[in-house]
Design a protein around this ligand. Structure first.
Ligand SMILES: Cc1ncc(C[n+]2csc(CCOP(=O)(O)OP(=O)(O)O)c2C)c(N)n1
Ligand SMILES: [Mg+2]
Length: 197
């Protein structure tokens, strides 16, 4: 499945839930898909440009401070760099956290080098052994749609490993300023009942 289709599905089903995205193409595609679906500025998108490995850690911090569902769209290479975060999430066990890993089995943005998931590491099994309540792996978009829709109604923490394919091209880097992302996101969480999007 394509990461872009997965991201559009997430946006379509998530209402105003906070979404934290991995650096690089994941954040660029989240911005583009938000644009395509006419949801801009969607203040609850948190683009983690530059913060490799911290996507799910940031999502954990948000999840323990809200009762809303919080969605992390992580990458295999980034999550492998900070694998300890799965152990921390398993320990804290936030019921409202959903982690989706776009597992293309590579560090795509830096030249398609294979990661450990192309060999022996299975991230859904790692999550399970860390104490995640629900863990899934899927390879096509319909499967993902079903799992994600169900996960929005269930208590987590939940891990969905989505096997994604690269197209060979990346979207343009989007003009997102980290300072504005923080400002918009924080305000939208503080103004809980209005202007969420
Ligand atoms: C600490 C740190 N090391 C390395 C990089 C360079 N870098 C940027 S994106 C990336 C690959 C990320 O891989 P993954 O999370 O699997 O995302 P993908 O590119 O496959 O979408 C790397 C190594 C960085 N930004 N920060
Ligand atoms: Mg990757």
């Amino acid at each position: 499945m394509l990461r872009y289709d997965l991201i559009k599905t997430i946006l379509d089903k998530s209402n105003s839930s906070p979404i934290v995205s991995n650096l690089g193409p994941t954040s660029d595609e989240l911005w583009q898909a938000t644009n395509e679906l006419e949801l801009h500025p969607r203040n609850r998108n948190f683009y983690t440009y530059g913060s490799m490995g911290l996507c799910s850690s940031i999502a954990l911090g948000i999840a323990i401070n809200t009762s809303e569902k919080v969605i992390s769209i992580d990458g295999d290479g980034s999550l492998l760099m900070n694998l300890g975060t799965l152990s921390t999430i398993g320990r804290v066990s936030p019921v409202n956290l959903i982690i989706i890993v776009c597992d293309n089995e590579m560090w795509a943005q830096t030249g398609y080098q294979p990661t450990a998931t192309a060999f022996n590491t299975e991230l859904e099994k790692v999550a399970k052994s860390c104490g995640f309540k629900n863990t899934f792996k899927c390879t096509n978009i319909n499967e993902f749609k079903n799992i994600f829709t169900k996960s929005l109604k269930q208590n987590g923490p939940t891990m969905i490993v989505a096997k994604t394919k690269e197209t060979g091209t990346f979207p343009d880097v989007t003009p997102v300023e980290p300072e504005f992302t923080t400002y918009r996101f924080r305000n939208s969480m503080l103004n809980n009942t209005k202007d969420k999007l």
